[in-house]
Design a protein around this ligand. Structure first.
Ligand SMILES: [Zn+2]
Length: 82
């Protein structure tokens, strides 16, 4: 039995079922945990991927471009009517 470093919940881990470096998620708080020791079992928060931050930046840039295009299209429509 090990405990979550984030919320202190008891997590059932068999030291024969996991290896050092294995990752699992806490059933209580959902944190990604990494096995850092086997006897006794030690769990630590797994490092988060930096890739997720880069994807969010790309989405923000796309939204800005769309807003500019919409404004220009509206002006062109007005010219055609007159
Ligand atoms: Zn937890």
């Amino acid at each position: 039995m090990a405990s979550c470093p984030e919320c202190d919940a008891d997590i059932e881990v068999d030291e024969f079922d996991v290896d050092k470096g294995d990752q699992l998620s806490c059933p209580e708080c959902g944190s990604n945990l990494e096995v850092t020791g086997l006897s006794p079992i030690e769990l630590d928060l797994a490092p988060e991927d930096d890739d997720e931050d880069e994807e969010e930046d790309d989405e923000l840039k796309e939204d800005d471009d769309d807003a500019e295009v919409d404004e220009e299209e509206e002006k062109e429509d007005e010219d055609w009517e007159e």
